[in-house]
Write a protein that binds this ligand. Structure first.
Ligand code: 5GP
Length: 173
């Protein structure tokens, strides 16, 4: 099992998060957002970006799982649903990584059925080559190649989430 040197450094991450937050703050000027973090992977990205977004906001979390080790199981389990009613609210979904798109597509449809005023998606990492369903992404941190990534909230077997940077994970050398 090996972890690469930083694929995205702390500095690269911080700079991009700052840019995304500025863009979001501009787009939502004069509005109030309900930011929804998707746990567990997005917890660090969520904490970083919400502190830089300069519009009033409420926050909530969805705790879901969709991955078994490094393979997509194709099944999405909702462990904890939202506490807030999202009807007529401007919802910003904040996700760590979009791979096949199955998880986000499921969550998006589930939330849209609750009739928010708007629903936008901010994903820190976009693994585009792996996409199986198209999901509209409004804000993307970085597009990355088809590699398994850990760190900055992302895990392998619930480990490595606390790495401050993003690294490539290889199970077998
Ligand atoms: P999707 O449903 O788009 O295939 O998968 C989305 C979820 O799979 C993400 O929220 C994340 O939890 C997990 N995932 C996808 N790719 C990676 C990866 O490269 N590293 C890690 N740690 N998790 C990933």
């Amino acid at each position: 099992m090996i972890i690469s040197k930083p694929f995205l450094t702390v500095e690269q991450i911080q700079n991009r998060v700052r840019e995304l937050a500025a863009e979001i703050s501009e787009d939502y000027k004069g509005k109030e957002i309900l930011s929804v973090g998707i746990l567990r992977g997005a917890f660090i990205f969520f904490a970083d970006i919400v502190r830089l977004i300069q519009v009033p906001m409420e926050i909530d979390f969805l705790n879901v799982s969709s991955y078994m080790k490094t393979e997509t199981s194709g099944e999405i389990k909702i462990h904890t649903d939202l506490r807030e009613d999202i009807k007529d609210k401007d919802v910003l979904l904040i996700e760590d990584i979009v791979d096949t798109g199955l998880t986000l597509n499921y969550i998006r449809n589930r939330l849209l059925s609750r009739q928010p005023a708007s629903l936008k998606i901010c994903a820190f990492l976009d693994k585009k080559p792996r996409r199986r369903v198209e999901v509209p992404l409004d804000y993307i941190g970085f597009e990355i190649p088809d590699e398994y990534i850990v760190g900055y909230g992302l895990d392998y077997d619930n480990k490595f989430r606390n790495l401050p940077y993003i690294a490539i994970f290889k199970k077998n050398i």
